[in-house]
Design a protein around this ligand. Structure first.
Ligand code: NAD
Length: 505
């Protein structure tokens, strides 16, 4: 018996849609269909594949408002954020790869050392086969579509398992595929939860792209490694913001407010900790409180999406308050009630032993911590298990570069927040527990390919100099190696004549 997926609006609880879950018994057939579709799709030219992807871009541009409304109904986020951070990045990525994919995926000649005179070398990129994409609920459209589109451009067929927390996004993506007449089974959507995700991983994917929690990422990484399935893991974060006393204070405050509270803090790259240099700590907090109090629920701050996340946020705030933190804005967790809207919270008097400093909170809470020296700021910023993104705020460009280069993080931003993820030229991904691998940029297509390195000979000569027989070759080869690795002027000539002599043997 199949379960029914019941999609509800996170803030109102109203049922949006209901349909049947994908049964685990359907998985073998899904992979068979994906394999057959791969045979067709991978043999189309890149130009043909891009024609379909461009149709998706046009569809998104033509149906912006409807798609934004669907994203808002699934997540409870505000319209501006659905538009700018869930829909727009997909359009931008398509526009980027439209231009760039032919360069990224084409055969690349690489140079061949003089020692291999007469040969040439190149790299080819072939699709993997069927890619399994598993996505989370916080940017359910972008974090599904970006890997799906990248994998399709590279010539793969895709099975997408979107988050069960925002299930209508799976229906939306299926609809888009139909609207642009994407060939059958090139993209299939599996509707269901964790167990279905687990069963799909245990199926026969040729590559896995996962975005979600560290805990799930670890399980998927272990399972994929057992069968040497290539995988990319985009996991959680606890991003630090370091504000030096010479920073543009108003900009830093505005950046902190947006970086911490956009999408109600449910962003893998949210500012989850702000370290402020001692001299400006007081003024920074005053301004931060002032700006935060201006934010309007429902207009600037959307609802939380996942009830379970509310409990994690609650436990982090409670733990902090119990250990002596002060809540400067927002409500005490005991007064939150049933609402999925949380007023943004600023915490001070925060210490390193609090969960709010160590673990991913994924909600509208910003702990503010002071520091004295550059060294201390770097140590504090690097103190968690995460390494997704970070930001450094100062007018001193040398200091900014120096501090940034000491942060152990997959990406970083200077005098801004989050924005590095939005540049489609820049690869994106984490270090430490924040993930394995990169997407976006050229990497974003390479991860969905198997790379082949080829060396070519004209095939005319009878044999190579290092082949059998070895008789009497040792001293000539020795002389050749010496010449090859020397810096002498007549090096090239010596190598040529050395090779010639060896050929005669
Ligand atoms: P999650 O790990 O609970 O679920 C993510 C997806 O994995 C869902 O589709 C879920 O059904 C599926 N899943 C769960 N268990 C599985 C299993 N054992 N095998 C296969 N699939 C399984 O994460 P979430 O709560 O949906 O997402 C929030 C997390 O995602 C946060 O930690 C956030 O930081 C992270 N995230 C990271 C990025 C990034 O780019 N690094 C972006 C967004 C979110």
């Amino acid at each position: 018996m199949k379960n029914v997926v019941i999609a509800k609006h996170p803030a109102t609880g109203e049922t949006i849609d209901q349909w049947l879950e994908t049964g685990e018994n359907q998985i073998p057939e899904m992979y068979q269909k994906a394999s057959a579709a791969f045979q067709f799709w991978s043999t189309r030219s890149l130009e043909t594949r891009l024609t379909f992807i461009k149709k998706i871009k046009h569809h998104l541009l033509e149906n912006m408002d409807e798609i934004v409304d669907e994203i808002c109904a699934a997540t409870g986020k505000v319209k501006t954020e659905a538009l700018t951070a869930d829909l727009m990045p997909v359009i931008d990525l398509i526009a980027h790869y439209e231009k760039r994919a032919p360069k990224i995926l084409k055969r690349k000649k690489v140079s061949t050392p003089l020692l291999f005179i007469g040969k040439s070398s190149y790299m080819d990129y072939f699709p993997l086969g069927t890619v399994l994409v598993i996505s989370p609920w916080n940017y359910p459209f972008q974090l599904s579509m970006t890997p799906v589109i990248s994998a399709l451009i590279a010539g793969n067929s895709v099975i997408l398992k979107p988050s069960e927390v925002t299930p209508t996004i799976g229906l939306l993506i299926e609809k888009i595929a139909r609207e642009v007449n994407l060939p059958k089974n090139v993209l299939q959507v599996a509707h269901g939860g964790k167990e279905l995700g687990k069963a799909l991983v245990s199926g026969t994917p040729d590559g896995i792209f996962f975005t979600g929690s560290v805990e799930t990422g670890r399980k998927i990484g272990v399972e994929a490694s057992k069968r040497f399935i290539p995988y990319t893991l985009e996991l959680g974060g606890k991003d630090p913001m370091i504000v030096f006393e010479d920073a543009h204070l108003k900009r830093a405050v505005n950046g902190a407010v947006w970086g911490a509270f956009t999408n109600a803090g449910q962003v893998c790259m949210s500012i989850e900790r702000v370290y402020v240099q001692h001299a400006i700590h007081g003024e920074f907090i005053d301004r931060l409180v002032e700006e935060t109090k201006k934010l309007k629920l429902g207009e600037d701050i959307g609802s939380l999406t996942f009830p379970h996340q509310k409990e994690i946020i609650r436990s982090h705030v409670k733990d902090a308050l119990e250990k002596g933190a002060l809540l400067l804005t927002g409500k005490d967790p005991d007064q939150w009630g049933e609402s999925m809207y949380l007023e943004p919270m600023i915490l001070t008097n925060v210490t390193e032993d609090m969960n709010i400093v160590k673990e991913e909170t994924f909600g509208p809470v910003l702990p503010v911590i002071s520091f004295s020296t550059e060294k201390e700021a770097i140590e504090k910023a690097n103190s968690t298990e995460f390494g997704l993104n970070a930001s450094v705020w100062t007018k001193d460009a040398r200091k900014a570069n120096r501090v940034t280069s000491k942060l152990v993080t997959g990406s970083a931003v200077i005098n801004d927040v989050l924005v590095s993820v939005a540049n489609p030229h820049l690869p994106f991904g984490g270090v430490k527990s924040s993930g394995v691998g990169r997407y976006h940029g050229d990497e974003g297509l390479f991860i969905f390919t198997r790379q082949m390195s080829v060396m070519k000979d004209s095939g005319i000569k009878q044999r190579e100099i290092n082949w059998y027989p070895y008789e009497n070759k040792y001293s000539n080869i020795r002389t050749l190696i010496k010449a090859y690795f020397s810096n002498s002027k007549g090096r090239a000539e010596l190598i040529r004549s050395g090779i010639k002599q060896l050929r005669k043997k």
